[in-house]
Write a protein that binds this ligand. Structure first.
Ligand SMILES: [Zn+2]
Length: 136
């Protein structure tokens, strides 16, 4: 076996082990970043942790929202979660994606924003965050 093949297998094996450890981690690391593509304020990057825009560092509801996505990853596993999340996204769109609705509901979003979240974030009605450029 070539050295590069061995290194690749060690890398893949390490990632699989790390993912299994992280799936059991109820307290994922939060990384504060200057920008998240797509105008988002937060997202999860399984198995590494949660990304939160620096401007939202103290936004407990947003961090709670992202922790619900982390729990979805824990519940389903990395590849099933990503496949299911994106299947629902393409079927229903972002606002009506059941994974997003669950995160909004469990993080305490107000009921009238559960199904038209983008508009609520843009116009400041959402409890999560006010961002006129959300998803632009
Ligand atoms: Zn979400």
């Amino acid at each position: 076996m070539k050295a590069t093949t061995k290194l690749a297998l060690i890398g893949i094996g390490s990632f699989i082990i790390y993912n299994e450890i992280q799936k059991r981690n109820d307290n994922p690391k939060v990384f504060y970043v200057n920008r998240i593509p797509g105008g988002f304020n937060g997202c999860i990057l399984p198995p590494f942790g949660i990304l939160i825009n620096e401007s939202q560092r103290d936004n407990k509801i947003l961090i709670e929202h992202e922790k619900v996505h982390w729990q979805q990853y824990q519940r389903e596993g990395l590849l099933p979660f990503l496949a299911n999340y994106w299947a629902e996204h393409f079927k229903h769109g972002y606002d009506l994606n059941p994974y997003e609705i669950e995160a909004r509901l469990k993080s305490g979003e107000i009921p009238c924003c559960l199904h038209n979240y983008t508009e609520c974030v843009r116009n400041g009605l959402s409890l999560t965050v006010h961002n006129p450029n959300f998803r632009h």
